[in-house]
Write a protein of this length. Structure first.
Lengths: 241, 241
DNA sequence: AAGTGGTCTAGACCACCGT
DNA sequence: CGGTGGTCTAGACCACTTT
């Protein structure tokens, strides 16, 4: 519980302790946490203080709580990934579940940009994935994804075939990597020849470019992706409040 | 405190009561609320329950709380508007305060689209504003804003001159309209001749199109805007968590 | 019936702000 | 100093889930 500087409130320290145990997989995804009473006794604080910390983690989607059952480390499900990390809808705001087709998957040295975004040294090994995502059966998104190879040993995906699009579930299940936070940076750009070919649009057509850095619970970057979206029939939606 | 259906938790009812008094301007922006103790006594609940409601309102930016001073109805400041409702940054994520120049301001009948977005009848009177927003002195955003005239009587802005860009502050100060929530829908599109002219790009250049509906505390739409952004040197940033 | 989270209360004590 | 919000505790009672 050493803190270096200012003495943080108790509930904040409790929150960090619990977060730490989740991040280091003492309590892996899906695991049931000790009850509020047990945690309070173990940490030497009142139940109310533990509750306050757990409520904060619940609001951040780090744990799930169900009355009568217990508190569980949040697991990525397709629904959760879709809801929190997929912001494309049809023109009326209707949700759609995408599928995807991997075109290329290789282990290669990182470019300067990739290394910078992922906090690696240039030339460090990365997994690079090129894929197309389909919405209502149509190719709408061309995507390049870069992963630090050190955290994704033995990474593989079926290449060439259409599959359910559950990459974050895959990261968690097969590599113990839970995406907790991401930042998207959006711009408009003209379609390159390749992008145009992949998406079935004319070269030079306006595309939405989405660059994302995704981080785990500890705040370390674990994924860098560039998505090119044909927004003829799609919208990227953002709620501000 | 009548509730029609299920008996909501006390703290939720307290939250709604307080929200109501803010929405109907019993407590206008900047006003100091009664202390937790007073509210608890008035509403016949414990201080802890009032606190829980106020904490929720604080997280939603509806009130501001300062230790030793009191709880105040949130006021739109340029900083808050910039932080919550302005998502454009430079390429490195650096924040910038925009200025703006109004090109046209008129009271006109609503188009079908405008009426639909604002929950009005087609042909209802709206204020329509066309303006350009400048970042670091360069025209980067061309914007059309539509307001329901009924809620913005006597609306005026200086036309033609460069000014501080504080529209939401203006709505609140001069028309008692507080924007509490907004939804943006983004797409890429090719620049029209007018947009190209306003932004100093070539016609057909890719622009980021941002459509926004902004709502007040009661959830009623109060503004509809379409922004066309030259993203050559800008990014629209979104934090997901 | 036993165990879990969810709500609500009452009260102590601290930190901060204004006068 | 008195008043405000911020933290922390202790305990009662309820609603839900599982055995």
């Amino acid at each position: 519980m050493s803190d270096g500087l200012a003495p943080a409130p108790l509930y904040a320290r409790v929150e960090r302790i619990i977060t730490g145990r989740i991040a280091d997989r003492t309590w892996p995804p899906g695991h049931m946490l000790p009850s509020e009473t047990e945690l309070a006794a173990e940490l030497g604080v009142s139940q109310g203080t533990v509750r306050r910390a757990l409520d904060a983690l619940y609001r951040r989607h780090v744990v799930e709580r169900r009355q009568g059952r217990g508190t569980f480390v949040a697991q990525h499900t397709s629904e959760r990934a879709l809801f929190h990390f997929f912001h494309l809808t049809d023109l009326d705001g209707g949700k759609m579940a995408p599928t995807s087709r991997v075109l290329r998957l290789a282990r290669e040295p990182a470019t300067a940009t990739e290394a910078q975004r992922l906090g690696l040294k240039t030339g460090a090994a990365v997994i690079r994935i090129v894929r197309v995502r389909l919405l209502r059966g149509e190719s709408r998104v061309a995507e390049t994804i870069t992963l630090p190879a050190a955290r994704f040993r033995g990474f593989h995906l079926p290449v060439g075939e259409e599959m359910q699009d559950e990459l974050y579930v895959h990261y968690q299940r097969h590599h113990g990597v839970s995406v907790a936070r991401a930042e998207d940076a959006l711009a408009a750009e003209a379609a390159s020849a390749e992008a145009a070919h992949l998406l079935g649009v004319t070269a030079g057509a306006p595309l939405l470019r989405v660059e994302r850095v995704a981080c785990d619970l500890s705040g370390d970057p674990v994924e860098w992706r560039v998505s090119l979206v044909d927004t003829a029939a799609l919208r990227y939606r953002v709620l501000l409040e």
